[in-house]
Design a protein around this ligand. Sequence first.
Ligand SMILES: NC(=O)c1ccc[n+]([C@@H]2O[C@H](COP(=O)([O-])OP(=O)(O)OC[C@H]3O[C@@H](n4cnc5c(N)ncnc54)[C@H](O)[C@@H]3O)[C@@H](O)[C@H]2O)c1
Length: 401
Amino acid sequence: MIYLITGGAGFIGSNYVNHLIASNQKVIILDSLTYAGNLKNISLHLNEDNILIPATQKRLSSIRIEAESASIDFDYDIIAEKKRLADKTACFHTKQIRMESLTDEVKHLLIKNALVFVYGNICDSDIVSELMQISDYVVNFAAETHVDRSILEPDMFIRTDMYGTYILLEAARKSENLKKFIHISTDEVYGVATDHSFTESDPINPRNPYSASKAAADRLVYAYNQTYRLPATIVRPSNNFGPCQYPEKLIPLMTIKAIRNEPLPVYGDGRQIRDWLYVKDTARALDCIIKKGNIGEVYNIAGRNERENIDIVHFILMQLDKPKTLIRHIDDRPGHDRRYSLDDTKICEELGFSHTGNFEDKMASTIQWYVDNQEWWQQIIDYDSEYKVFMQSLYGSKTKS
Ligand SMILES: NC(=O)c1ccc[n+]([C@@H]2O[C@H](COP(=O)([O-])OP(=O)(O)OC[C@H]3O[C@@H](n4cnc5c(N)ncnc54)[C@H](O)[C@@H]3O)[C@@H](O)[C@H]2O)c1
């Protein structure tokens, strides 16, 4: 079976790719290597032949979306794009390829390789349709994923999370080979949990540009199942943690700051509640959904580990033997959702998924991963200019208390 994994160089995607390859599956990654995509996450499976750069990227210079009342031009800076690609692939051997040869080359490479990496954007219908034709399963992880970035600049979220999903769906419905389209949505589409944990039948009520664009994609996938009978299933995981998470999210950010003895910026009183799901458990749950999940349905994946953010921060400090005086409370995020909470009875009872291990051990091994892999994150925080600009724009001006 061939799996097309979009966003497979990102955090959850790369962990899932590593899991699939360990289970002897064949994988094609389609990833545009945004700031969050990192070839090092999958470097064990990369060699001199299997990173392909299709010539069609140039055509992305202008993507025009036409609707009845309006049209939008997406201008694309080719020079900046080329520089970014050169930086992102600097330590790797890449191969340019003509579009006409893409599918044959991928099929050929998959005979000897477990993985082929294709550099490309899910908004690029040419690449997407080529790869869709030769895939049995699609798992769509590709997305802009950081709530804070969506508040600063929603534009990319609408393009990738909504429009990109639409492009994938269009190609999927024309594919004769595709067995299942698995869409990775999020628990954030439900909005704030007040009196109960959300089940799959609860209404959605997203409250920030990230969760709203994810909710739009989630419902579009459902619409393609209902309207065109596309064999699609929607997955709503809670907050993931584990190795290879970009250092803007709570656990890697706080861990790295603590390792470096830097102040830890905590939003508001830090008492926002999230449910924490280990990324390797997400991989097991996805296997279960792909094998046994019903088409047209939604499955929550929870970790059953609801914790206040401040407790997570305290745990990290304790684990690294650092003082609580490193904590700095800063102004809260606008419209910060106070609590996310998921009920995952459905996947457990209907598909036989079970929870194993305990949260503290999984957290300890995650923190240890960041201690042991300083080169991985040092590269990002010291040399990635985009990271510096973002951290400055986000935390630079916040009031300290
Ligand atoms: N991280 C979490 O806690 C969490 C929780 C629930 C759901 N999710 C969802 O899971 C998915 C993966 O999340 P993550 O945390 O691994 O994200 P991430 O930000 O670490 O990685 C996203 C990946 O997608 C790629 N990408 C972005 N835009 C693209 C485009 N237009 N075309 C092709 N590739 C593109 C990036 O290069 C990167 O490799 C997302 O859909 C996210 O909404 C994440």
